[in-house]
Design a protein around this ligand. Structure first.
Ligand SMILES: NC(=O)c1ccc[n+]([C@@H]2O[C@H](COP(=O)([O-])OP(=O)(O)OC[C@H]3O[C@@H](n4cnc5c(N)ncnc54)[C@H](OP(=O)(O)O)[C@@H]3O)[C@@H](O)[C@H]2O)c1
Length: 270
């Protein structure tokens, strides 16, 4: 398949995913929820994948279906290859293939490195790095067999591009996601599969979060854009990269962080 043929699905303004099917992991809440809703609102059939929050995933799927698109609900551990492969087989059979995968599920275990225990390190890398690897390989095999290409978007984080004291294994695991994104883009371009990533900065959706997280509230005021971002702002970047609008973009990270990565003065010490 040439890159010109890849993911050659007609686009309509505001309906960029009409005729497509997508899998979104970690979709029961937060950023994953916003991505799933946006793809559904733009005509895509969405497999809403939760780790454990089935009720949250069912609510997201109901909202997508109320808007007129198809949705299915799944509960899967992204670190389990057998569960992932079974899920993708089910979704491909139900939706007639898989065009888009959004690897959004993630885990943080904040700690300074000298206090970080080995189990926390392994847990974080298992979800953030191995989970992305397993799901991406599983979907790439489907996309290759389908012969119509596809798009993968990995959610990394600003921590992949700059260091935060006390981030523990989180930043290193997200840096692995950046490298994996480039590696997959290189190896799978000939299959018509584009692989990109989005690195969010501080994203908050619940009103009044500043009172519960005063250190972060102080930090965001030092960002060039002086506020936290919203899940919908991350979803907009993800959907651009996943859609036909971005057919000449692969192996790239889009940092959605209020300009934080461009600054040097955010470090909170220690
Ligand atoms: N929010 C931010 O400020 C921010 C900033 C930078 C990057 N990010 C990244 O953006 C993504 C979404 O973050 P968020 O804050 O919206 O969500 P979040 O509250 O961190 O939730 C992450 C999701 O991942 C799922 N998950 C965790 N372990 C899993 C596993 N083993 N198998 C399947 N699913 C699993 C959870 O599912 P269940 O709840 O169903 O178990 C949950 O819905 C993550 O990758 C995160 O690292 C977030």
């Amino acid at each position: 398949m040439t890159s010109k043929q890849a993911f050659d699905i007609p686009s309509c303004p505001g309906r960029r995913f009409a005729g497509c099917s997508a899998i979104v992991t970690g979709a029961a809440r937060g950023i994953g929820r916003a991505i799933a809703l946006r793809i559904g609102a733009e005509g895509g059939a969405v497999a809403v994948v939760a780790g454990s929050d089935r009720a949250g995933a069912e609510a997201v799927a109901a909202e997508i279906e109320a808007g007129g698109s198809r949705a299915s609900v799944h509960t899967v551990d992204v670190t389990d290859r057998v569960q992932i492969e079974r899920l993708f087989d089910e979704v491909a059979a139900a939706f007639g293939g898989i065009d888009v995968l959004i690897n959004n599920a993630g885990l943080g275990r904040p700690a300074r490195l000298l206090d970080l225990d080995e189990t926390a390190w392994d847990d974080v890398f298992r979800v953030n790095a191995k989970g992305v690897f397993l799901a991406s390989v599983a979907v790439a095999r489907h996309m290759a067999a389908q012969g119509r290409g596809g798009a993968i978007v990995n959610i990394a984080g600003a921590s992949a591009h700059r260091c935060y004291p006390g981030a523990g294994a989180y930043g290193p695991s997200k840096a692995a996601v950046v490298s994996l994104t480039r590696q997959m883009a290189l190896e799978w371009a000939d299959l018509g599969i584009r692989v990109n990533g989005v690195s969010p900065g501080p994203i908050r959706s619940i009103d009044g979060w500043e009172a519960r997280e005063p250190a972060l509230a102080e930090e965001v005021l030092r960002l060039p854009l002086k506020r936290a971002g919203t899940p919908e702002e991350v979803a907009a970047a993800v959907c651009h990269l996943a859609s036909k609008e971005a057919t000449y973009t692969t192996g790239q990270m889009l940092v959605v962080d209020g300009g934080g990565v461009e600054t040097w003065y955010l470090s909170l010490g220690g």
